[in-house]
Write a new protein. Structure first.
Length: 275
């Protein structure tokens, strides 16, 4: 008998449908925050836009107050990888911005992140964002076809390392996670190839899959605010994330209005609505 392994929470179909409702609210809030991202706006402005959508939908933020976090979203700019705190920082033309947010509706959580380039687009930043997003979808596709959690990280790693051109780094300090009645739950979901296959993929499993890529080295540090994670070489970074459910008929991307159909089709995966 194994000891010390965190218990995985497996959801019923009804619970996963509730998580999808939370995911739809979250998707609308991220739509609004991304649309508001423009030169001259502050990261606090985006936080207010996001929070207003949650309030109108009767949802609450699972970020606000989490271990003392003071905002409803994380806004990570340029060399900031994750957990940036919204505030008075004014967005500049050419910034690459990752917006990570979550929503709770009727006790069930969703978690998702997107990256947007503000104003003038640097082709290398666009490549970084495109590869990170595609890596996420390859990981999600592996959840549909694989047998173990480790298959997700293998798929992300294999895709990123296969992309032509200058190599991008896959962050190893932070990983994806289980999600459900809490935001962060077992199991961990690495975004890179490891020697551990991890738990078996089975119906009722819900995961937040969130690769984080960098244009330079993968070493990171935490700033004095005890939240903001930055690349130590100052190179730019990117994050994309979706919450995904496994049920007995297939998978469904909980934080995408179409369940992930459009992005998964080129990968040969057809998501199935939760029965």
């Amino acid at each position: 008998m194994a000891f010390g392994q965190p218990r995985i929470e497996y959801k019923t179909n009804a619970q996963m449908r509730s998580m999808h409702e939370a995911g739809l609210v979250l998707s609308r809030a991220l739509d609004a925050a991304v649309a508001a991202a423009a030169p001259g706006r502050t990261t606090k402005d985006l936080d207010a836009v996001f929070a207003a959508v949650l309030k109108d939908a009767g949802a609450t933020s699972n970020f606000l107050g989490y271990h003392g976090f003071p905002a409803t979203i994380c806004t990570s700019v340029n060399e900031e990888v994750v957990h940036g705190i919204p505030g008075g920082r004014v967005l500049q033309d050419g910034d690459i911005l990752s917006i990570d947010g979550g929503a709770i509706l009727n006790g069930w959580h969703s978690d998702s992140a997107r990256t947007v380039i503000v104003g003038t687009v640097d082709p290398e930043d666009q490549r970084l964002s495109d590869v990170t997003e595609a890596a996420m979808w390859h990981g999600i596709a592996a959840l549909a076809t694989g047998k173990f959690i480790g298959d997700i990280g293998n798929a992300v790693d294999d895709y990123v390392t296969s992309v032509p051109g200058k190599a991008l780094g896959i962050l190893e300090d932070y990983v994806g996670h289980g999600i459900g009645s809490e935001m962060h739950m077992a199991p961990d979901v690495p975004n890179y190839r490891t020697n551990h296959r991890g738990p078996k993929i089975r119906p009722g499993l819900c995961l937040a899959i969130e690769p984080m890529l960098v244009r330079g080295g993968i070493e990171t540090a935490v700033l004095e605010d005890d939240w903001t994670v930055v690349t130590t070489d100052g190179k730019r970074s990117c994050q994309w994330e979706h919450s995904v459910a496994v049920h007995d008929k297939g998978i469904w991307v909980l934080s995408a209005p179409d369940g992930g159909a459009a992005k998964l089709a080129p990968l040969g995966v057809v998501p199935v609505p939760i029965p």
